[in-house]
Ligand binder design. Structure first.
Ligand code: COS
Length: 386
């Protein structure tokens, strides 16, 4: 099946597929077990220019946009959804800078981010503000040429390993969502420390930590966009990153299907490979069909983003919602095809099932995605009438 990718995009896809097969697959179980952060893999990804893919050429990137990002994330996730997240989580952290950074900020940070010299993280979520992103309590108080940050961010992907952090904080709490602003906070800034490192069900190779701000002074030059634009920047960031999570889910689903197909050809019961049974063939067919539908939805959104489409909130939410549901379905079916072996850590598919679960939760739960889609439909209908 040809997805009509450019030669450059095909090259990225092939490179990521090969890298995942040769470098990630052999160590995926080990990193899952230890929960260590895969620095060695990140260094190799940097050496192979992966972090340049989605960054504009004028800042040292390849300019391959959203499509480049989703293709690379899909292929890396096919081998390990957790390891892939060191890469994809950086893209999430960099997104606010790409969307709303000024020239000076872009010149200062993007070349090093493109070279993989620093990883990125995006800090929105707080203990009391998950789905309700507008309810954040971290504050940023203006003090002359500085802002002083106070508060705690938690469940932050790449927390503790990212040198470059984008942080959403309230500059005017009385205004609610319209009083939030976005900031760049560098690792090592006095008053910025890491709290609890989470011990997770899946994506265990990904670092997830608390970020703690205690009278953390950052220069006013680190404000992204203007004061009060933080919530909008966060929402626009999520619009762009949700196809990325969708591609992580897609890769996880595809990886589980690959294993299920191979296993069904090898496993003999009743004197024949189980792949000869219609019960198994129907399962594989259903898994593959849903994967293909998710892939087409994701590629379609990514292409539109790269073509300059401005209004893709609904489609980004659809891609994330659908692909993450597919990932959960496919990985659960893969475990079923493996039977008792599928439940054992000695075999690869139980990890895919654990890794898939988070894709229905982070960057907006499936319930939030359906809310976003529903709201968009109603808004579209209202604007057609008026
Ligand atoms: N792009 C641009 N602006 C957007 C937007 C988008 N995608 N979504 C909302 N906005 C704007 C709205 O237009 C509104 O602007 P005005 O105040 O000028 O009217 C403002 O943001 C508030 O929007 P809304 O009223 O819809 O906000 P809610 O508080 O109801 O929250 C949801 C909206 C639930 C969709 C949002 O909080 C959300 O996405 N939550 C999930 C957060 C999440 O993904 N967390 C995971 C952690 S990040 S890894």
């Amino acid at each position: 099946m040809d997805y009509f990718l450019s030669e450059e995009l095909k090259m990225i896809q092939d490179l990521a597929r090969e890298f995942a097969r040769e470098k990630i697959a052999p160590v995926a179980a080990q990193y899952d077990q230890t929960g260590e952060f895969p620095w060695d893999i990140m260094k190799e990804l940097a050496k192979m220019d992966f972090f340049r893919i989605y960054i504009d050429e004028e800042y040292g990137g390849m300019g391959l946009g959203s499509m480049g990002l989703v293709l690379a994330t899909e292929e890396l996730s096919r081998a390990c959804g957790g390891i892939a997240l060191g890469f994809a989580g950086t893209a999430l952290g960099v997104m606010p800078l790409l969307i709303s950074g000024n020239e000076e900020q872009k010149q200062k940070y993007l070349p090093d981010l493109a070279a993989g010299k620093m990883l990125g993280a995006f800090a929105l979520t707080e203990p009391n503000a998950g789905s309700d992103a507008g309810g954040i309590q971290t504050t940023a108080k203006k003090d002359g040429d500085h802002y002083i940050l106070n508060g705690v961010k938690h469940f932050i992907t790449n927390g503790g390993v990212a040198k470059f952090n984008t942080v959403i904080a309230m500059t005017n709490p009385a205004k609610g969502a319209r009083g939030a602003s976005a900031f760049i906070v560098e690792e090592g800034t006095p008053g910025f420390s890491y709290g609890k490192k989470e011990d997770k069900m899946g994506i265990r190779a990904s670092a997830t930590s608390e970020l703690i701000f205690e009278d953390c002074r950052i220069p006013k030059e680190n404000l992204l966009g203007g004061e009060g634009q933080g919530f909008m920047i966060a929402m626009r960031t999520l619009d762009r990153s949700r196809p990325g999570v969708a591609s992580q889910a897609l890769g996880i689903a595809q990886g589980a299907l690959d294993h299920a197909v191979d296993y069904s050809r090898q496993r003999v019961q009743f004197n024949q490979p189980i792949s000869s049974f219609q019960a198994i063939q129907f399962k594989l067919a259903e898994m593959a069909t849903r994967i293909e539908a998710a892939r087409n939805l994701i590629y379609h959104v990514a292409r539109n983003v790269d073509a300059g489409e401005k209004n893709f909130t609904k489609e980004a939410a659809m891609a994330k919602y659908y692909a993450s549901e597919v990932a959960m379905y496919v990985t659960t079916e893969a475990v079923q095809i493996f039977g008792g072996y599928g439940y054992m850590k000695e075999y690869p598919v139980e990890k895919y099932m654990r890794d898939a679960k988070i894709t229905q939760i982070y960057e907006g739960t499936s319930e939030i995605q359906r809310g976003v889609i529903g709201k968009a439909l109603i808004k579209e209908a209202a604007s057609r009438k008026s």
